[in-house]
Design a protein around this ligand. Structure first.
Ligand code: ATP
Length: 462
């Protein structure tokens, strides 16, 4: 099927979902084409299940419009939508056998017996469970129960099948087998699949289109190759596959500097001397015994055999690179690295420092993030109470183990390793993000104290 030419079956237009103060979805827009296999991918808590539930009708959107097959269904109850859902926990009726589980919905709709029989048999065949009709569902393995759950959903011939992490409870081998079967089923049925997972490999394997989400927002929509080869920002690059992510400086078109070395690249339009994020996939770095051909030279720090290739870390000018290659180099070996211009992915930095809205208090104090901070006096002080913009460099914010030692508190939410330091997103208890560059190792979810010293605070008049 040529998906490009078919029209949208699901249209989601600026949909938001709030749970009290919590924004689970923030003005999300997405079009799903008829017959497409779309995967919504993202870390835990990013809002992917909420989005699926809004399409299914188990929850209703706070704002925005959802259409299926051209009809607005934003407030339509689930059973009146042309969709069926397969859940992670199979949710089968334990007191019914396989046949009756699958036939349940059809019986409710008073479908004639003969037709039920034909449809149930066809659904069982589709999921490879012919001859299991009269088995107790309790006697089935996890994989078989999930097949029954899929059969129960497709027997109603929905236009859209929604799948919420349907393979998450299965072991790795079963998951891989079922992935292939789902792909085949999608092809045979010809209907639209919307699939939710946090497993990037599963998303890359199954999908026509991947929707990457983070914090209630869509970060990128694209084919698996687009998303892998051209991630739109450092979050997507870090989430999909392994990446080297570094700070760089675009000197001018087609010339970028990182790790203290200038590299030819293929990108243009960033301007001159613009700070950028650089992404290089580990398989795109060529490693060889050091020679003059090397663009960067380094020392192998670790080397692990991964079955097909070796995964090595190489320290070059204080930056650590992850390299995957069929050739093995011993720890301590001096090596050279080369990267081709089109394998250097360059992204505009989302921000180069923290920016907060604040209020001038007096000659040496400014209020932002819900606290009053001491700052250095300005040549000409603004009037007390004036709104000001406050800038704080990432590297000047310090974090404390003991929350009480900080001026304010927060939680480590996202950690990006940038080769020679960590870039952290801290979700402050004032509900605003604070970005921090540090060499200290923190874990996702760590509670921290946050301190911003006076000399870190830059006041920009509004
Ligand atoms: P997971 O993979 O862990 O299920 P997810 O990406 O599917 O995560 P959602 O379940 O959609 O995320 O949740 C998004 C955010 O909304 C989370 O912060 C979650 O705690 C919050 N949330 C979801 N449902 C509710 C609810 N009924 N009440 C309050 N908050 C909720």
């Amino acid at each position: 099927m040529n998906i490009q030419q078919t029209k949208s079956i699901i249209e989601i237009n600026r949909v938001s979902k709030f749970f009290g103060d919590k924004t689970a979805l923030d003005a999300v827009s997405l079009n799903v084409k008829k017959g497409e296999f779309v995967t919504i991918l993202g870390p835990s808590g990013c809002g992917k299940t909420t989005l699926l539930r809004l399409i299914a009708g188990f929850q209703t959107a706070t704002e925005g419009v959802i259409k299926i097959a051209g009809k607005e269904i934003t407030q339509t109850p689930p059973h009146k939508r042309p969709v069926n859902t397969v859940f992670q926990k199979y949710a089968l009726f334990p007191h019914l056998n396989v046949y009756d589980n699958i036939a349940f919905g059809l019986k409710l709709r008073k479908t004639p017996k003969l037709i039920i029989d034909k449809k149930v048999k066809a659904a069982l065949k589709m999921v490879g469970m012919t001859d299991y009709d009269y088995r107790d569902v309790d006697s089935l393995s996890g994989g078989q129960q999930q097949r029954v759950a899929i059969a129960r959903a497709i027997v109603n011939e929905p236009e859209v099948l929604l799948l919420d992490e349907p393979l998450a409870a299965l072991d790795l081998k079963m998951r891989k087998d079922m992935q292939m079967e789902l792909k085949q089923m999608h092809k045979t049925l010809g209907i639209t699949f919307v699939y939710v997972t946090h497993d990037q490999e599963e998303a890359l394997t199954l999908s026509d289109t991947i929707v990457v989400m983070s914090e209630g927002k869509i970060q990128q929509i694209g084919t698996p190759t687009d998303i892998y080869n051209e991630p739109i920002n450092a979050f997507v690059a870090d989430f999909i596959g392994e990446s080297n992510i570094l700070n760089g400086l675009m000197i001018h078109d087609k010339l970028v500097c990182f790790c203290g070395v200038e590299f030819e690249c293929v990108d243009e339009g960033f301007g001159e001397n613009a700070p950028v994020d650089i992404v290089i996939r580990p398989e795109d770095l060529y490693i060889f015994p050091v020679s003059d051909k090397a663009q960067i030279k380094g020392i192998v720090q670790s080397s692990v055999f991964k079955g097909v290739h070796y995964e090595m870390t190489v320290l070059c000018n204080g930056h650590e690179f992850l390299v995957q290659d069929y050739h093995h180099f011993d720890v301590g070996a001096e090596v050279g690295l080369i990267v081709k211009p089109f394998d250097i992915h360059i992204m505009k930095k989302e921000r180069t420092c923290n920016t907060f809205e604040g209020k001038w208090v007096d000659d040496t104090h400014v209020e932002f993030l819900g606290c009053t901070f001491q700052c250095l006096p300005m040549a000409v002080s603004p009037a007390a109470g004036s709104p000001v913009k406050v800038e704080v460099d990432f590297g000047k914010v310090t974090l404390q183990d003991n929350e009480e030692d900080g001026m304010l508190t927060g939680e480590v939410k996202f950690i990006l390793y940038k080769g020679d330091h960590y870039h952290l997103t801290i979700f402050s208890d004032w509900d605003e993000d604070v970005f921090v560059d540090t060499n200290d190792v923190w874990d996702d979810g760590d509670r921290v104290g946050i301190t911003i010293p006076p000399d870190a605070i830059r006041i920009v008049m509004n």
